[in-house]
Write a protein of this length. Structure first.
Length: 363
């Protein structure tokens, strides 16, 4: 049962206002709605700026017109075929990783529980690198292998998450156990990736290395599809499970007392989180620390007791798009977006570990 003074329980019971549309009702948090509005506005601005700048600059007003279907035909090739798919991939990958991280951290009640840490992205990376390295160097074989990379990443992420879940399950799923098992599995998979790279040719190793850092370079419409399908299918399911997620944040005993079927609800949410992370990794590679940082920033904006699902999506999209813009234009040479997000996320991870150690929380 929950304590009377539990701030998380109080927020779950009282936050937000009920909005009704015909026979459908939903609880809306005014603060979260205001934060999401601001974040979406900033995201759209960065999205348009990212399309506008480049070796051939396009006026910002023309980009906005093109996005709304009234663009100049002369800029159709540059915007519609070269820059728009890259921007859309970054937008959706950030949203998927942000939501995935929010689900994992809320389920485990641990800020370390993100796809980066518990091995989901490592499993996706291993299968993708295996396809790149073992696919061969012939034109036909290499072309088939390249097209198979997103599928391999998706299968690898799902298989790894299923394995971690089985290894961590002991009459229920405890957050710290999930994190510890995930760290061990991730380390093992990372060593296998290193082994594959030692067996690769120089060309294969360079391709795999660029993919492993997380990159939006040369993204086309074929990279937009996996993550867009994942968002269309999994976001509604996740939002429908949001009441169960809020109950699970209180602990198993409290959630059970509120009528939540623990393992079915937890399994559905984990499948959604894994699918989102795997689809994002399939489209852009393992863009590091986005799933780890986005939910933490989102909860700071809307309140620590909230799962902040939609806010995490907004923060993730803004973070990836802004990092890609910095990687492309603010540095002497263009870098993969994953390097910039790592520069942002790694110091925060170290600070979080130091803080947990200093207060004896153990993470």
């Amino acid at each position: 049962m929950t304590a009377a003074g539990d701030p998380v329980a109080a927020r779950i019971r009282t936050s937000g206002r009920v909005v009704r549309f015909g026979g459908v009702s939903a609880r809306v948090d005014p603060q979260a709605a205001a934060v999401c509005t601001v974040l979406l506005s900033l995201t759209f601005l960065v999205f348009c700026i990212g399309i506008s700048v480049g070796d051939f600059s396009i006026p910002l007003k023309d980009v906005v017109s093109f996005v709304f279907g009234h663009g100049n035909p002369s800029s159709r090739l540059i915007v519609g075929e070269l820059r728009l798919p890259r921007a859309l991939t970054g937008l959706m990958v950030g949203a998927a990783l942000g939501l995935s991280g929010a689900i994992f951290q809320s389920l485990a009640r641990n800020p370390l529980a993100s796809p980066d840490v518990i091995g989901v992205t490592a499993g996706a990376s291993l299968c993708a690198v295996a396809v790149i390295v073992l696919g061969g160097s012939g034109d036909v074989i290499a072309g088939v292998a390249s097209a198979s990379v997103p599928v391999a990443a998706l299968v690898g992420g799902l298989a790894t998450a299923f394995s971690v879940y089985l290894l961590a399950y002991r009459r229920g799923l405890v957050g710290y156990r999930l994190v510890l098992v995930g760290i061990g599995v991730s380390a093992m998979l990372t060593s296998l990736i290193s082994y594959l790279l030692t067996r690769a040719t120089l060309y294969e190793a360079s391709r795999a290395t660029v993919w492993l850092t997380g990159s939006l370079a040369n993204r086309g419409w074929e990279h937009v599809r996996p993550v867009s399908i994942g968002l269309l299918v999994l976001v509604p399911i996740t939002l429908a499970q949001a009441p169960q997620l809020r109950a699970l944040q209180l602990g198993d005993d409290a959630a059970r007392a509120l009528g939540t079927r623990l393992e079915p609800a937890r399994l559905v949410l984990i499948v959604c989180a894994v699918g989102l992370a795997a689809m994002a990794t399939a489209s852009a590679g393992p863009v590091a620390f986005v799933a780890f940082v986005s939910p933490v920033l989102a909860r700071r904006l809307v309140g620590r007791g909230s799962a902040a699902l939609l806010t995490s999506m907004c923060v993730g999209s803004l973070l990836v798009l802004a990092s890609d813009l910095v990687a492309r234009r603010a540095l002497p040479a263009e870098l993969p977006v994953g390097i910039v997000t790592s520069i942002i996320g790694a110091p925060y991870l170290l600070w979080l570990l130091w803080r947990a150690s200093s207060i004896g929380a153990g993470g």
